[in-house]
Design a binder for this molecule. Structure first.
Ligand code: UDP
Ligand code: MN
Length: 472
């Protein structure tokens, strides 16, 4: 089998690809262990993957390839494979005597790896010249990154190769399904060069590179996830929330044979759901309700099984990870559900005394009174009112208007949906009604107090901006 010629005839390197090859390679890159898990993979695709890694990776940077057999049943993957692999320098084959699923299988490979970086790769891929160096380079300059190549599509029937041309980032939706999404025009404009890294909410599962120690020290994959699916999202969300970052690198390119449907037989679709449930219960905070609304099957399973994610939650505490709202606000604003988007925003102005609401508590801590001050464009006068009827401080949606001793205070947003003391109605005439008590906010000299509603000017408020939520 002449795999080398085959892959050479497949590279159509023009435009930004040429630019990538012209990049100077740092001679001091970290070394990589490429970990390839497989379960009943076809002989040709498995070996094409192995040979393409060997053929395209500079010797000095490739520490080893570790093949992990996840209890395959096919006869040709037994002694014939062992024999074939034993002749390849730098390729190890380990066998699991239990079916681990790709997630734990990759963890097993990582535990045996000795390179500085681990690259997890599906068992039906084709790497292109220059695929490895950009990944290592990005990890060398920041060990807390999670990076992936651009993934081209290889048709599973004809093995036709389709180069992806658009610049795309990895995203997901509220069903926790991964997608590719072309960069928006405004994002393309601010890029330094067409080959700069693409900051992404998520990496795909197919190929992902991460510093080995960083991976192990930040809890690796969730080892209670079974079989296959959604582990790439868990890895990505964890990275973002716990101090790391996620990128797709346009100069690194790997082809992947996509198949249609789930090969691991129905009932197993439930395994993917269980993995998603673990993400929701560990990382989504109150946003998990949105996921369960979109994915009824997951909802039913979670009700019946009450999954235990306490280890993952402990990890989250140990690493001091941020809340999911931070991820939405800072990494992936497009995920913001409509009902959380502001209907009114900006300064909150009182018609009677002519002052604006201001929050002066130290470092934005909870519990303090909202005060009234001369209006200014300082950030501590920025508030948002959303369709969940919350009035939040800034756009982080962490602190919400609440009531304490008949005064308006800012408390951590509870996101309760019923009987919440954090729900407010903004009337057309400018009154702001506290729904639980039916009272209105009145401006006294320096504070906001609750009072029986009336039409006095001190009870009339205006936000700077109003938004038509439906049109966004
Ligand atoms: N895999 C595995 N054990 C499993 C399921 C999958 O080792 O129980 C391997 C599979 O051979 C492949 C990788 O995990 O190399 C990812 O699976 P697959 O390609 O089916 O996922 P997809 O690319 O369709 O998301
Ligand atoms: Mn695959």
């Amino acid at each position: 089998m002449d795999l080398m010629k085959h892959s050479a005839s497949r590279s159509h390197c023009t435009g930004s690809c040429q630019r990538c090859l012209q990049q100077e390679t740092n001679p001091n890159l970290p070394t990589a262990s490429v970990i390839i898990c497989f379960h009943d993979e076809a002989w040709s695709t498995l070996l094409r993957t192995v040979h393409s890694v060997l053929d395209t990776s500079p010797k000095g940077f490739l520490k080893e390839i570790i093949l992990v057999d996840d209890l395959s049943k096919q006869g040709y993957l037994k002694s014939s494979l062992s024999e074939y692999i034993s002749k390849l320098v730098g390729v190890k084959l380990i066998r699991s005597n239990k079916r681990l699923g790709v997630i734990r299988c990759r963890m097993l490979g990582a535990a045996r790896a000795t390179g500085d970086v681990v690259v997890f790769m599906d068992s039906h891929c084709e790497c292109h010249k220059g695929w490895l160096e950009p990944l290592l380079d990005r990890l060398a300059s920041d060990r807390s990154r999670i990076v992936s190549p651009v993934i081209d599509v290889i048709d599973w029937k004809m093995f036709q190769y389709y180069h992806s041309v658009d610049l795309q980032r990895g995203v997901f939706d509220w069903k926790l399904d991964f997608h590719w999404e072309p960069l928006a025009e405004h994002e393309k404009k601010v890029r330094q060069s067409p080959i700069s890294p693409i900051r992404s909410p998520a990496v795909p599962g197919v190929v992902v590179a991460v510093d080995r120690h960083y991976f192990q020290n930040t809890g690796g994959y969730d080892s209670d996830m079974t079989l296959w699916g959604a582990e790439n999202l868990e890895l990505s969300i964890k990275a973002w929330l716990c101090g790391g970052s996620v990128e797709i690198l346009p100069c690194s390119r790997v082809g992947h044979v996509y198949r249609t449907g789930n090969p691991y037989n129905f009932p197993d679709q439930e395994a993917v759901e269980r993995n998603k449930i673990r993400i929701a219960e560990t990382w989504l905070d109150s946003f998990k309700d949105l996921f369960y609304k979109q994915d009824r099957m997951a909802f039913l399973i979670s009700q019946a099984e009450k999954p235990n994610c306490s280890e993952r939650v402990q990890l989250q505490k140990r690493l001091g990870c941020k809340r999911f709202q931070w991820f939405i606000s800072n990494v992936f604003p497009e995920l913001q559900p409509l009902q959380h988007r502001p209907r009114f925003s900006g300064k909150l102005y009182n018609t009677g005394i002519g002052f604006c609401a201001e929050y002066r508590s130290q470092q934005g801590a909870a519990g303090g009174c909202v005060e009234l001050s001369p209006c200014s464009d300082k950030i501590n006068q920025q508030f948002e009112y959303n369709s969940m009827k919350e009035i939040c401080f800034g756009s982080a949606q962490q602190l919400c208007f609440d009531v304490g001793h008949e005064k308006v205070v800012l408390q951590n947003c509870t996101k309760e949906t019923e009987n919440s003391s954090q729900h407010w109605d903004i009337k057309e005439n400018g009154m702001i009604v506290h729904i639980l008590s039916g009272k209105c906010i009145e401006a006294t000299k320096t504070e906001m107090c609750l009072r029986t509603c009336n039409m006095e000017a001190n009870l009339m408020w205006q936000f700077d901006h109003s938004h038509n939520v439906d049109e966004r």
